[in-house]
Each structure stands twice: as structure tokens, then as C-alpha cells.
Design a protein. Structure first.
Length: 117
């Protein structure tokens, strides 16, 4: 069984930075990709960014490009989402999804990020 756990959310002011972490444990076989999504009440879950495990390649939503960066820890099923220049519209519950080599996706419980003055 694969478990996914996000951490690092909190309340920050506009312009601040925050780093989220996502740890995958359990029978992970091999990882294919880890992807961050976010969701606000009443809205669909929105793609934020992804990192492909093999190549380390990344892709981001236009709304966060240049402000958010995804990185991974070598030898560990952990990724980070570095969020800089945060805006109130970045307020959401952030979810991590781990896609394993069999193309199944595993979700964490989410972590709340609130950007407010």
C-alpha cells in the first residue's frame, strides 16, 4: 500500500514564501511522477506542477510559472514545492499525487495554504 503525506502548509502574507513537502512510502515499486494540485471550495482540483522521476523534468501551470519550483530529494521518495511571491489567489488546499510505474495514482490528504494580510 502506498501512502502519500503532504506537509508545510500555513498562513503567510502576500509576497512571502512557503515550502511544501510530499513524502511517499509503502510499496512504491518505482515512481513515475509526482504532481501537485490545489483546490479551493466549490472549484475543481487544479494542476500546479509535476516532476517526472526518471528525467527530473518539470512542468508548471501558467499561473505559478516563475514563482513555484518542484524539486526532489535524491534517493528518497520526497518532493518539495517551493512557493515564492505568494498571492492571495494561491490560497487553497494543496494535494500531492504520486504516480507509480504501473500508472496508478495515490493521493495525500492535502495541506492548507492561506495567503492573507
Amino acid at each position: 500500500q502506498v501512502q502519500v503525506a503532504e506537509s508545510g502548509g500555513g498562513l503567510v502574507q502576500p509576497g512571502d514564501s512557503l515550502r511544501l513537502s510530499c513524502v511517499v512510502s509503502g510499496h512504491t515499486l518505482s515512481m513515475y511522477a509526482m504532481t501537485w494540485f490545489r483546490q479551493t471550495p466549490g472549484n475543481e482540483r487544479e494542476f500546479v506542477g509535476t516532476i517526472t522521476w526518471g528525467s527530473g523534468g518539470t512542468a508548471y501551470a501558467d499561473s505559478v510559472k516563475g514563482r513555484f519550483t518542484i524539486s526532489r530529494e535524491n534517493g528518497d521518495n520526497t518532493v518539495h514545492l517551493q512557493m515564492n511571491s505568494l498571492k492571495p489567489e494561491d490560497t487553497a488546499v494543496y494535494y500531492c499525487s504520486a504516480t507509480t510505474a504501473d500508472m496508478s495514482s495515490h493521493w495525500g490528504q492535502g495541506t492548507q495554504v492561506t495567503v492573507s494580510s
